[in-house]
Design a protein around this ligand. Structure first.
Ligand code: SF4
Length: 362
């Protein structure tokens, strides 16, 4: 074990009880990386043991047409002829997912100008009618906010309706960096920090758990990354509704923000920065959010495997198709088989476990 000689005792004590402060996090980011990883790894072992989880799921991105203007987005169609799946096409993909043993479908899409809440409800109800046991993990806080606005309803009422139609959990995407300074630059028309917090808190209170994400490595400061994680911790203290935290490094290709950053000589994040972010997330969220995911799509399989020694305990899903990161330059594939997950996890000296969306029964 690496000795934690440069980490003050009081910081270690606070990390054990889930009370590390922003100052603690800044200090930890300055110690030897191996000490940081070692502390995160120990907290992970105490929280969840030796298991590393993954889920057999399928992504369905039903349209790339979008009225949004996020400057980091490489997924949205920019006038080259976008696509919009029909309900039949969505159902074909769900059937395909069921045939190959998926326990979850993850459904997200661009913001269509001409749909209301009933569009989203129809997707949910069609899936549940044919596959009542399929877990539906769908619609980002931005999509819910958009649907509620187009239907002239409150977000709370929209969430109640979506749950009634079969929504099981929501992806905690559209979080980007929870700072309005950053959001005003990278996604000025997206819901603001307080609105994201509101949608997610209301979802939890409506009985719809969510994941939590951070998209880092563009114009945010280190302090803003830490504040973001502390915001997630504060919500979790109130609701207990987050199932996992997923750090997502920014992909700089085929989007305006990335092109500007590349021109000024900034190439997204380094592997070391990615690993440190996973470790800091484990430490700040310890005792609050048990599951820290290393995204193989964003990090690549080998770095994701190493992240398992830096605080992460989950590798995400098989996906079957992945359009969003791929459009922005990720080149790690669109599908990883359960066999490959198991091989990668065993190679890290850990025990692979297929999980459900809610991490139950492990
Ligand atoms: S990130 Fe989502 S909301 Fe923003 S432009 Fe892209 S598809 Fe639209």
């Amino acid at each position: 074990m690496v000795l934690l000689s440069n980490i003050p005792d009081d910081v270690i004590q606070r990390s054990l009880v889930g009370e590390c402060t922003k100052e603690d996090a800044l200090l930890l980011l300055d110690v030897e990386p191996l000490e940081l990883f070692s502390l995160a790894n120990e907290l992970r072992a105490k929280a969840v043991g030796n298991n590393v989880t993954y889920i057999v799921n399928r992504n369905i991105n039903f349209t790339n047409m979008c009225v949004g203007t996020c400057r980091f987005c490489a997924f949205k169609d920019n006038g080259n002829g976008g696509y919009r799946l029909s309900l039949d096409e969505i159902m074909e993909k769900v059937r395909d997912a069921a045939k190959t043993g998926s326990t979850e479908v993850c459904i997200q899409g661009g913001l269509l100008p001409d749909v209301g809440l009933d569009f989203y409800q129809e997707i949910l109800e069609s899936i549940k009618a044919e596959f009542p046991d399929m877990h539906i993990h769908a619609f980002s806080p931005m999509e819910v906010y958009h649907a509620a606005r187009l239907s002239d309803m409150s977000v709370k009422d929209a969430l109640v309706e979506l749950k009634r139609s079969g929504l099981d959990t929501m992806p905690g995407t559209a979080a980007e960096i929870l700072s309005d300074r950053v959001r005003n630059v990278i996604c000025p028309k997206k819901l603001k920090t307080a609105e994201w917090v509101d949608v997610v808190t209301l979802a939890h209170k409506t009985g719809i758990p969510t994941t939590a994400t951070i998209m880092y490595g563009h114009i945010e400061t280190i302090g803003e990354r830490i504040d973001h994680i502390l915001t997630i911790r504060n919500i979790q203290k109130q609701t207990g509704g987050f199932t996992e935290f997923v750090p997502l490094p920014f992909m700089p290709y085929n989007n305006k923000l990335g092109e500007e950053l590349l021109r000024s000589g900034k190439f997204s994040t380094t592997g070391l920065e990615d690993l440190k972010l996973h470790a800091i997330a484990r430490i700040l969220l310890n005792t609050h959010v048990d599951n820290i995911q290393a995204s193989w799509v964003k990090l690549g399989k080998k770095l994701a495997q190493f992240a398992l020694s830096c605080g992460a305990n989950d590798l995400g899903g098989t996906l079957m198709e992945e359009k969003i990161s791929r459009s922005a330059g990720a080149s790690h594939g669109e599908y990883m088989s359960p066999e490959e997950f198991e091989w990668l996890i065993r190679g890290a000296g850990r025990d692979p476990k297929q999980r459900t969306t809610l991490y139950r029964g492990l």
